[in-house]
Design a protein around this ligand. Structure first.
Ligand SMILES: *Cc1c(COP(=O)(O)O)cnc(C)c1O
Length: 376
C-alpha cells in the first residue's frame, strides 16, 4: 500500500471535479466575479443548512471573526480595551481577531477531556470589562452547555462561536453556527467544507449585526461610493462561492463518513499508551452522534514525538494541532509569562491521525494496526 496522507485534497476535490469545472466555466463566461448570484445562492443555502437567518460570505475565517467583533464595536456593544474570553489552546486566529480590534483576549484553560474551554473556569475570569465569550468547537467537537448559556445571560455577554472546524456538528439538534449570537466559519481548503483557496462566512440571527458585518466587509459601504464606516475589503469571490455551493450538498455525507472512521478508531485502537478523544455523547454510537464533525481525530500520548516518528516510518502521515500555544508565541510576547498547565500538556501530547472523507477502510485498518503495535 502507498503511504497514507494526512489529508488528500486532490482526491477530495476530484470527487466533484466535473461540477467544479462547470462552475469555473460559468463564472468565467459571466464576466461577473464579485457580489453576484453565486454568492447569493451560497449565502442562502448556507443559512438554510445552518437553520440561521443570515449568512454573509467573507474572505476567510479570520476575517469572519474580526468582522463580528468590529461590528459589535460599531454597534456600541463593546469598545476598545474590553475583554473577550477565549480558550488558551485554540488556534491563534481566534486571538488575532480579538486583538486586531484592540480588544483584550482573556485566556481560559480547556477541559482535559473535551479539549474545549472549561465551563467551570469561565466565571472567575469575568470582569467589568468582559463583553463576550468566544467558544471554539475545537477539532470539530461542539463546545456548548446550559452552564454557558446561564453564565452569558447572568453577565450580559455575547457568545461568539469560532465554527471554523465544526460545520455540520449539532448540539441537541441545533447546528453549530446557530447556537450563539454570531459565528465565524472558515472554508480554508483543509477544513471540512473547503474552498479551492481562502473563504469564510459569518452567520447570525441578529439583523443589525448582519447588516453591519455586510457593510464592513465591503469598505463600510451599503451603497457604492457611499462610506458610512471604516470597513475592510473582505469579500467572498464568486468562483469560491460557486465551488462551496457545490460541496455544501455533500457535507453531511462527508461528515457522516468521518464519524464512521472515528468510531473505528475509538473502538479498535486498544493500545494503553494512547489516550483516545472523548466524544461528549460517548454513550451514543459515534456514527449517529452529530455533536462532532471530526475535523481532526486527536489522540494523546506521553511519547508524542516518538509516536509521530514511528507512524512516519510506517508511511502514515500525522500532524500536530498545535505545537505551540498562542500565549507562548512571539506574536503574543506580552502573554509569554502566563502559565496554563493543561494547555501546555495538550500541546506536548497531541497527535492528529488521518481522517477524511476519502480515507479508505484499508487505510484506517493500517493506521489502527500500526498504532496498536506501538510500544515503549
Ligand atoms: C482555520 C481556523 C481559523 C481561521 O480560518 P482561516 O480561513 O484560515 O482564516 C480560525 N479559527 C480556527 C479554530 C481555525 O481552525
Amino acid at each position: 500500500m502507498n503511504s497514507i496522507k494526512f489529508l488528500d485534497l486532490q482526491k477530495i476535490n476530484a470527487q466533484y471535479a466535473a461540477q467544479l469545472k462547470q462552475v469555473a466555466a460559468d463564472v468565467i463566461d459571466s464576466g461577473w466575479f464579485l457580489m453576484g448570484k453565486q454568492l447569493d445562492n451560497f449565502e442562502t443555502n448556507l443559512a438554510e443548512f445552518n437553520g440561521v437567518k443570515h449568512a454573509i460570505g467573507v474572505a476567510n475565517g479570520l476575517d469572519a471573526l474580526r468582522l463580528i467583533l468590529k461590528a459589535y464595536i460599531d454597534l456600541g456593544v463593546m469598545k476598545e480595551g474590553d475583554e473577550v474570553i477565549v480558550p488558551a489552546n485554540t488556534y491563534i486566529a481566534s486571538l488575532l481577531a480579538i486583538s486586531d480590534n484592540k480588544l483584550v483576549p482573556v485566556l481560559v484553560e480547556p477541559n482535559q477531556k473535551t479539549f474545549n474551554i472549561d465551563f467551570d473556569l469561565i466565571e472567575r475570569s469575568i470582569t467589568s470589562k468582559t463583553k463576550a465569550i468566544m467558544v471554539v468547537h475545537l477539532y470539530g467537537q461542539v463546545c456548548w452547555d446550559e452552564k454557558l448559556e446561564i453564565l452569558a445571560k447572568k453577565h450580559n455577554l455575547k457568545i461568539i462561536e469560532d465554527n471554523a472546524q465544526a460545520i455540520g456538528a449539532e448540539y441537541k439538534g441545533t447546528k453549530t453556527g446557530n447556537l450563539g449570537d454570531a459565528a465565524g466559519f472558515s472554508f480554508y481548503p483543509g477544513k471540512n467544507l473547503g474552498a479551492l483557496g481562502d473563504a469564510g462566512a459569518v452567520t447570525t440571527n441578529d439583523d443589525a449585526l448582519a447588516e453591519q458585518v455586510r457593510a464592513l466587509g465591503n469598505y463600510g459601504s451599503k451603497q457604492k461610493y457611499v462610506n458610512e464606516f471604516q470597513g475592510l475589503n473582505s469579500r467572498l469571490d464568486e468562483i469560491q462561492a460557486g465551488f462551496l455551493d457545490v460541496k455544501l450538498k455533500y457535507i453531511d455525507t462527508e461528515n457522516q463518513y468521518r464519524r464512521q472512521i472515528a468510531e473505528r478508531y475509538l473502538t479498535e485502537i486498544t493500545n494503553p499508551l494512547i489516550q483516545l478523544p472523548f466524544p461528549i455523547n460517548s454513550n451514543v454510537k459515534v456514527g449517529e452522534n452529530k455533536e462532532h464533525s471530526w475535523h481532526l481525530f486527536v489522540v494523546r500520548t506521553q511519547d508524542r514525538n516518538r509516536l509521530q516518528k514511528y507512524l512516519a516510518e510506517n508511511d502514515i502521515q500525522t500532524l500536530i494541532h498545535y505545537p505551540i500555544p498562542p500565549n507562548k508565541q512571539l506574536a503574543y510576547a506580552v502573554m509569554n509569562h502566563l502559565d496554563f498547565p493543561v494547555t501546555n500538556d495538550i500541546h506536548n501530547e497531541v497527535l492528529s491521525l488521518p481522517i477524511s472523507p476519502v480515507l479508505a477502510n484499508e487505510e484506517v485498518t493500517k493506521v489502527i494496526e500500526a498504532i496498536n503495535l506501538f510500544s515503549i
